[in-house]
Design a protein around this ligand. Sequence first.
Ligand code: PMV
Length: 361
Amino acid sequence: MDYINPKLVLETADLEPGEITWKSPSNLAIVKYWGKYGDQLPKNPSISLTLENAFTQTTLFYRPKEVPGPDISLEFFFNEEPQPAFGEKVQKYLARLVPIFPFLSQLDLEIHSQNSFPHSAGIASSASSMSALALCLCSLEDQLFQTLSEDEAFDQKASFIARLGSGSACRSVYPYMAMWGQQSGVSGSSDLHAIPMEENIHEVYKTLHDDILIVSRKEKAVSSTTGHALMDQHPFAEARFNQAKQNTHFLMEALTNGDLETFGRIAENEALTLHALMMASNPGFFLIHPNTLTIIEKVRQFREETKHPVYFSLDAGPNLHLLYPESIIHDVRFLVETELTPLCEDGYYLPDWAGEGPEQL
Ligand code: PMV
């Protein structure tokens, strides 16, 4: 499946100008994608929680091109300000998509994007922004050619297109949880796009909380592209990819039967493994902060004392995701507000939770 389609060409120049808006969330990987091959294909399967509160809202304006030509004509605005640097990246991405969406080079495009979270919050925005854009592009195709009217085909193509922008973005198109990457025994699983997991998860995960504790607002010191590349020569690569497949297998069981303890054990094992892999890379690097470790100790101590099922995860940075079911929110928020936010930059945390997936506005 490559979606290359030379037929998606506009026959007429008297197309009405139009606009499409999508709001799409970020996601948190429970089993992590770390290491890729080919065109943004994952070396191991991953499973993520779709968030709700951390999202990107993107509007794509289109009209027939004033000056015909093969190039992509794009103006890009972030928070209503022109953003030429990011605009250039998006332009390159759209140019790569022309074999899939040939009509893109027949239009003047304008994209306006904004995030629900502050720019310098240390929250990665590539999953939400690339999925929002991919959804706009698929809606545009459907509006112009009526080719994606079936939800399943639409979502799958949006996931595929989002993946080409940022691997993890392909998981953001589905509600609650998504899986990306081929896994033996899981029918439909694919390296090319994510698949929905809503049907295979226990109710407890549909109201799961993920409070994002911002230990540092700084931009990531190491891009994920560099990080993935370090897995190419990593001495532990094969063991890691096998571990991820095993964790995926056991996580899927825990998702079906609502076993939060196994869920939490895998989430923490994956988070610590991700950072251990970075430290053991060549060159090795260190993305956690002393406060990250202090928070981890406090969370584990709280769990020990209260027996509450509260667990942590980490992305490729120092910020900590606190995962817990709705039933213990009062006790966990008390811990967050009294003991954990003092360890966050400016005391900032972003409350988030399992989300229902993207929405067209
Ligand atoms: O999608 P990328 O290339 O930004 O990589 C994301 C990598 C992690 O966030 C560390 C893990 C994941 O699966 O999202």
